[in-house]
Design a protein around this ligand. Structure first.
Ligand code: ANZ
Ligand code: ZN
Length: 818
């Protein structure tokens, strides 16, 4: 009988809905062992789910269903990360309010999640755009402000002229906007900043506590960019000024032949000589327009200008010129460097171009090490006064002492630019008063809601659309009651996702962000599943907020996510990234209606390893479909044979016993393997083992009619996490269970019953047993023959005689006829 997936999947969707999805619910404070299994929540786009989502959410759903069978109290929640620019742009395009757009899209996502059979706890759904949710996002902001970790500063920021919005460093890729790929500009705008740098060291160190993929840890480490060096003072000639430079190579200081200041360095105006003023001014004006990416590009031609001033090298006491160049960044170290053209690549290029002197102070310990134009490694000092002949690595501290430099640690990490000139974000809950300055709202005044708007207006340059809604913007100052204005910038999309995993634990709490008992019961997140693209941004921000809440005592663990699992990208049939413009996007709705949700779930898991990048192949869906149809047929046949009971007793009584033993062994082996593979996210091999097991069952179908019922149920339970619809139907219709399959116990395996992979093979000569042989199960005739002929005893018996015939019984015997 053909399996009618459309009818049966609808039927089970209805049943689960009628039951209020109770079997999927997590139970607060249950005595069972808890597992918090979290998938990164989606941004609810207008396009709905794509197959990448299906892959990402199917994996954890399999694990959740498996763990429930294993009697765990599983929390698998879902929600929506619904603020952000795309919703705003979608709203503009479709001429609706962003709220309407988001509600529409969420409805569609929810339909699709249910269509896929994802077993979420539907009582705990959250969306970041719900005022009852963003109340707490605003509350965290107020706490940060209270602790001095949120501040306003006029800083150079990345500005996208296309999106008309400020971008965080993390949102700029290769100097371009991560959203629209427009070249980013540098602007000076007053912004809210969060002091993530205060947590740099802990964000780095605590990576050691985490069971995360190594590459993600490395990306976080590089982003934090800890650098240990020294700050060395250079006195400016004819001034009472000192220029401090940050260097990781204080050992090269005898070779520092000039200094370079960043164009933003405030000392420039003080030291520049009268005759250099004009050229310096022009150079700075040019440099400030360039983006950081442009300035740091390695192979770009160096530019610079001389200030006319000189400094004294504290090691050599030589007079060295002070230059300005845009390759020195203002917001790293001290915004000034000592240049060592003999040992630093960029300094070398700069010195070449401007004919500045170069003094070699380090030679390689082994001459073979120096094969480029300059030597940048450690080595033996020369031209370094009292340090000549010493190893550079060993005398850093001594040289530092000699020149009066202090140890200094720097981080590449910068503070997080936290305001956006956007409507569709959490309003920043402060009021600006000309008398009182920044006045934060009181907790009781939260949430500060966004105004309801009918039609959407595009904002002006670098200004939030909120600024154009006077009824919202103009308020009385809570302190002095004079006219004041609300902050019109909103928070970036990353805000809501930096703490959402806490809200699932207590989504309806009106008094607290999360109740502390619930927090203690459920945290930390045991397994977090999501895309590699969040390696830096989201994961770093969430860890930062979590540590902040930890310091205030609102959460009990120093880290939020213990284990991290990345799923791999699914490419289109053409091996390219799926995108509308390429026309290679696969629609889950279509696949489900043609093949079933079970097939789509299993296919995305069977395509390759969960973490791999892999192309979609529609033609391979049929393989999974056939497998499931065979499962269905197998139970269908058993069911119909039961009906015509006692029709035929199986004849091959003796063979049957043996088959059953092997089959039983395979059953235990399959339970073991599938369990282990689900636990380690190896879904593709788990499916292969289920396929092998089904093959064996079908081959021995007659024999197994005699097996007790629970043996017969193993396949259904093992397959359930992968294909919940079909297995639920088999469970209730064919296996006649009243209780839900969700509640069935995962079968246990008995290690003793798992046949070794080796078998003993009897070696006969002319029918007489002469030796035996251990071989891997299912070795071929050729393999066994070759091994047998190597046995000394066999060689002796055979002597020079020629073999006339070889009789072979797989896994049992080989007989040489001579
Ligand atoms: C002298 C020197 C000699 C350096 C040498 C390197 C090699 P990391 O590891 O990234 O921290 N530097 C310091 N501040 C800078 C700034 N604001 N903009 C651009 N470059 C800056 O690199 C530290 C090195 O980068 C420092 O050590 C400094 O150059 C440069 F053979 O000082 B070094
Ligand atoms: Zn005031």
């Amino acid at each position: 009988m053909k399996y009618n997936h459309q009818k049966i999947e609808k039927k089970w969707q209805k049943i689960w809905q009628k039951q209020g999805y109770k079997d999927f619910r997590a139970v607060d404070f249950s005595k069972k062992k808890k597992i918090y299994l979290l998938s990164m929540f989606p941004y609810p786009s207008g396009e709905g789910l794509h197959v990448g989502h299906v892959e990402m959410y199917t994996g954890p759903d399999i694990v959740s269903r498996y763990l429930r069978h294993q009697n765990y109290n599983v929390l698998q929640p879902i929600g929506y990360d619904a603020f952000g620019l795309p919703a705003e742009q979608y709203a503009i395009k479709n001429n609706i309010s962003p709220k309407e757009a988001v509600d529409q899209n969420i409805k569609n996502f929810e339909r699709q999640f249910k269509m896929m059979g994802f077993s979420y706890d539907w009582e705990r759904v959250i969306k970041t755009t719900d005022p009852n949710y963003y109340k707490w996002t605003q509350w965290i902001f107020l706490k940060l402000y209270e602790k001095g970790l949120a501040y306003e500063a006029e800083a150079p920021v990345n500005y996208c002229p296309q999106c008309k919005v400020v971008l965080a460093d993390e949102e700029v890729e290769d100097g371009k906007c991560f959203r629209c790929n427009t070249e980013v500009e540098r602007r000076y705008i007053k912004q809210w900043m969060l002091k993530i740098t205060a947590y740099a060291e802990r964000l780095l160190k605590d990576l050691d506590l985490l069971d995360w993929p190594e590459n993600i840890k490395v990306m976080q480490k590089n982003w934090i960019g800890k650098s240990e060096g020294y700050e060395a003072p250079f006195r400016v000639l004819d001034h009472s000024l000192e220029i401090k430079v940050f260097t990781t190579r204080v050992d090269t200081i005898f070779g520092a032949t000039y200094l370079v200041l960043a164009p933003e360095n405030p000392l420039i105006s003080e030291i520049t000589t009268f005759d250099q003023k004009d050229v310096v001014k022009e150079y700075i004006a040019n440099a400030l327009r360039k983006s950081e990416f442009e300035r740091q590009a390695i192979n770009k031609e160096k530019t610079g200008v001389f200030t006319g001033a000189y400094a004294i090298n504290p090691a050599t006491h030589n007079k060295i010129p002070i230059w300005i160049s845009d390759y020195v960044l203002s917001n790293y170290g001290t915004g000034a460097i000592m240049a060592v053209p003999a040992h630093d690549e960029r300094d070398f290029e700069f010195a070449q171009k401007f004919h500045l002197p170069k003094i070699v102070v380090i030679k390689p310990e082994y001459s073979g090490d120096n094969n480029s134009k300059i030597y940048t490694g450690e080595g033996i000092l020369e031209n370094s006064g009292p340090f000549d002949g010493r190893k550079s690595r060993e005398v850093k501290d001594k040289i530092a002492l000699y020149v009066g430099a202090r140890k200094k640690i720097n981080y590449k990490l910068r503070d997080w630019v936290f305001s956006r000139q956007r409507f569709w974000g959490e309003p920043i809950p402060v009021i600006k008063c000309s008398q009182c300055g920044i006045v934060p709202l009181k907790e009781k005044d939260l949430p500060l809601r966004l105004p309801e708007i009918k039609k959407y207006k595009v904002a002006g340059e670098a200004e939030s659309p909120l600024a154009q809604i006077p009824s919202w913007v103009n308020v009385r100052c809570p302190k002095c009651h004079n006219e004041a204005k609300r902050e019109t910038n909103t928070m970036p999309q990353w805000a809501g996702s930096s703490w959402y995993y806490l809200r699932y634990l207590d989504p309806k709490n009106k008094k607290q962000l999360v109740g502390s008992k619930k927090e203690k019961y459920w945290m930390p997140v045991d397994i977090y599943v999501g895309g590699v693209e969040h390696a830096v941004l989201h994961l770093l921000y969430a860890r930062f907020w979590h540590k902040f809440l930890y310091d205030l005592g609102y959460v009990s663990t120093p880290e939020p996510f213990i284990k991290l699992v990345n799923q791999g990208l699914i490419l289109g049939e053409d091996n390219e990234k799926m995108s509308k413009s390429r026309g290679n996007v696969i629609s889950p709705d279509k696949i489900v209606s043609e093949y079933s949700a079970d097939v789509l779930r299993m296919y995305t898991m069977f395509m390759g390893a969960f973490g791999d990048i892999k192309p979609w192949h529609s033609k391979n869906l049929i393989g999974i479909k056939r497998f499931l149809q065979r499962v269905w047929d197998f139970y269908d046949r058993k069911y119909s044979e039961k009906k015509q009971k006692n029709v035929k007793k199986i004849k091959v009584e003796k063979m049957k016993k043996v088959d059953l033993k092997e089959l039983e062994s395979l059953r235990h082996q399959t339970i073991k393997k599938v369990s282990e593979e689900i636990e380690s996210f190896k879904f593709n091999t788990a499916i292969s083992h289920l396929m092998e097991y089904l093959n064996a069952l079908c081959k021995n179908e007659k024999a197994i009619q005699e097996l007790p019922k629970d043996h017969f149920e193993t396949l259904v339970i093992l397959l359930h996490p992968f294909a919940p619809f079909m297995t639920s139907e088999i469970w209730s219709t064919y296996l006649k269970h009243k209780s839900s399959l969700e509640l069935a116990k995962w079968p246990k395996y008995d290690a003793k019953l798992i046949i070794k992979n080796q078998v003993a093979i009897i070696v006969q000569i002319n029918g007489k047993v002469r030796a035996d042989l251990e071989m891997p199960l299912n070795s071929s005739k050729e393999e066994v023959e070759k091994a047998a002929l190597k046995i000394d005893k066999v060689k002796n018996y055979l002597g020079e005689k020629s073999i006339r015939k070889v009789i072979f019984v797989p896994n049992r015997l080989i007989n040489f006829v001579i």
